[in-house]
Design a protein around this ligand. Structure first.
Ligand code: SAM
Length: 276
């Protein structure tokens, strides 16, 4: 999968039972990144592959990010999202927080903020949410395509860049928001698999591709691809999903088909894997 192709993660099944990525409906982009598979490996150290950084590149990237944060911050898209969080999501967020006052945000699969606008819009949204919601704590970011310059800009924006490729398998031992806009299904599946326990699932808030949409696509055919999404399909039984509104075309590429997901399993038996 290219880093930043749109929409990146909703797959469709073909008449011969194979899976194909649904191509973008608008604004296709070319990617500079090579394919980065979502491995089943647990953790491995990671550092940007480039060792040089260029101050003028960083300055220009920082300016782009600042413009983007201002634009998103004053948009109807963001005010609608903020309102959704303050109203519909509020009880769910507080249930996840429990007695804690903050939840960390883990951002996986952001893509290249230097090359593409959707990753800049997505990171801007994460940064604005931290600014506006006191219960959001530190932001940790990871994507194997990040360059050293991109990592430095992300850190200048007050986030930290992980030095480990967790393959999406961070355990939510405390309340954690996973911000994963337009990631591949395997990454969501890895995350759910690593947290497949009552207490861990209840600690999670997940922003990403709509699981409802995955279900609709998966029901079109049964094959090994569906097996690699079994946690996504099984988790829906005890998931409350809130779709977001992209409001205007400006935010379509970065946020279409995205939802907030909250998980409230009560019984161990609900953790049985099946797509029903
Ligand atoms: C389809 S792209 C989406 C990029 C961006 N969010 C967007 O909407 O343009 C999926 C991203 O997941 C990243 N990715 C792949 N493996 C990953 C991993 N183990 N942890 C975090 N991100 C990963 C890829 O490098 C890629 O940038």
């Amino acid at each position: 999968m290219e880093a930043s192709a749109k929409p990146p993660a909703i797959h469709n099944c073909t008449s011969d039972g194979g899976w194909t990525v649904v191509l973008p409906r608008r604004g296709r982009q070319r990617s500079k990144a090579t394919k980065v598979g979502v491995s089943e490996e647990k953790q491995e150290p990671w550092a940007p592959t480039d060792s040089q950084t260029d101050p003028s590149r960083e300055t220009s990237m920082m300016q782009k990010m600042e413009r983007c944060i201002n634009r998103v911050g004053s948009s109807e898209f963001y005010s609608t999202m903020r309102c959704q969080i303050q109203t519909s999501l509020s009880d769910y967020v507080h249930r996840v927080l429990g007695s804690e006052t903050k939840m960390e945000m883990v951002v996986y699969g952001i893509g290249s903020i230097e090359s593409y606008e959707p990753p800049r819009l997505q990171l801007s949204l994460a940064i604005l949410m931290r600014r506006d919601f006191s219960w959001i704590g530190n932001i940790e970011v990871y994507d194997p395509v990040l360059s050293l310059s991109e990592s430095r800009v992300i850190e200048s924006l007050g986030c930290s860049v992980m030095s480990v490729n967790e393959h999406g398998r961070r355990e939510a031992q405390k309340p954690t928001m996973f911000f994963m806009p337009h990631c591949e299904a395997e990454l969501y599946n890895n995350l759910l698999q690593a947290n497949w326990k009552l207490n861990l699932l209840r600690n999670m808030v997940l922003f990403g591709n709509s699981f409802e949409t995955y279900k609709e696509h998966a029901s079109l055919c049964k094959n090994s691809r569906v097996n690699s999404m079994e946690h996504i399909l099984s988790v829906r039984r005890f998931t409350t999903e809130f779709r977001i509104k992209t409001v205007s075309d400006d935010y379509y590429n970065a946020f279409h088909d995205s939802s907030w997901h909250f998980f409230s399993p009560v019984l161990e038996t609900e953790l049985q894997l099946s797509d029903s």
